[in-house]
Design a protein around this ligand. Structure first.
Ligand SMILES: Nc1ncnc2c1ncn2[C@@H]1O[C@H](COP(=O)(O)OP(=O)(O)OP(=O)(O)O)[C@@H](O)[C@H]1O
Length: 306
């Protein structure tokens, strides 16, 4: 357990004056879905390309499966879908994968296995030009899964997909993770990362701002209490949560930094002080709120619209 699959140390890439990746030190553990999150141009693809050994770092290092990135014995244990899959349009799905499998010295049964995994067995005999973008992306994941790689790297796998295609891709990643596959998934879609990732690295302007579990990043939930008279409620709640643990947020409502399990105690306490409790709700911060606080800029989602 807790085996390191990827470790980067001060990983840096400079293009002329542009520092695309700036001293990134990140870790990915075996069996987790790691969300690499950041707005467009943040440095996600450049970092992944260094991990895959496709480009050389200007400084720092990346090790994958305990060996320096780029070594052939490492590269062959990574499956990647990066910048859209390249297929032969006139071949069908199965023959496209067979060509790749043959090149890698893998048997035809391996093609059937990965087709089944991405739920394309029924359409495997159709020519690729009839595939939707979502199907092509799924075939791309199937190609990346040939030979059962130890690490699967998916760069923006839902980019350009319609909502149904996105949901499809998300459930595919979840099913691969359930089967024990280690996945690095880059995305600028916060809700997506929140839904399917165990841990997240947030990158902005080439720098890794934070690396933690999604739950840690979002912080604990808070309680919102609407009670009157408000001043008396504030004083009473401060005795439980401390002066810093309670804030007024308007509409006779107070925000309290206590877990949801404390709600009954809070209500009892207020009622014992003759305070009327009108409503108690649990407020969870979304990853989007957190991202906004961390970068102080627009969320990646908003950038998409521009
Ligand atoms: N080959 C290159 N030559 C020059 N600059 C580059 C090159 N590749 C990337 N960059 C620059 O490095 C920065 C990071 O780019 P990168 O593609 O890694 O970001 P990203 O987070 O993957 O963004 P996106 O979500 O748009 O794919 C950008 O400013 C980009 O313009």
């Amino acid at each position: 357990m807790n085996e390191l699959v990827v470790e980067t140390d001060g990983l840096t890439k400079r293009y002329g004056d542009r520092l695309a990746v700036d001293r990134v030190s990140m870790t990915v553990m075996r069996g987790e879905v790691y969300g690499f999150l950041g707005p467009n141009g943040a440095g996600k693809t450049t970092t992944l390309r260094m991990m895959l050994g496709l480009i050389r770092p200007t400084a720092g290092s990346a090790s994958v499966l305990g060996l320096p990135a780029g070594r052939p014995e490492v590269t062959e244990r990574i499956g990647a879908l990066i910048e859209g899959p390249g297929f032969y349009p006139y071949l069908n799905g199965r023959d496209n994968l067979r060509t790749m499998a043959r090149y890698q010295g893998l048997p035809a049964t391996e093609v059937d296995r990965v087709l089944e995994m991405v739920d394309l067995t029924d359409r495997a005999k159709d020519a690729l030009k009839g595939y939707s973008l979502g199907m092509k992306q799924r075939l791309g994941v199937a190609a990346a899964m040939l030979g059962s790689p130890d690490l699967l790297v998916l760069d923006e796998p839902t980019n350009g997909l319609d909502p149904a295609g996105m949901a499809d891709m998300r459930s595919l990643v979840v099913s691969l993770a359930a089967a024990g596959q280690t996945v690095i998934l880059s995305s600028h879609i916060l809700a997506e990362v929140q839904e399917i990732c165990d841990r997240v690295g947030v990158i902005n302007d080439g720098r890794l701002l934070r690396e933690s579990t999604v739950a840690e990043l979002r912080g604990g939930a808070t309680l919102r209490v609407r009670a009157t008279p408000e001043d008396a409620a504030l004083a009473a709640l401060m005795r439980i949560a401390g002066d810093e643990g309670v804030r007024r947020i308007g509409n006779e409502t107070l925000e309290v930094d206590l877990p949801a399990t404390d709600a009954p105690e809070i209500v009892r306490h207020l009622v014992a002080h003759s305070i009327d409790v009108h409503e108690v709700t649990v407020a969870e911060r979304s990853l989007e709120d957190v991202f906004f606080e961390m970068t102080g800029t627009t969320t990646p989602g908003e950038e998409l619209v521009s």
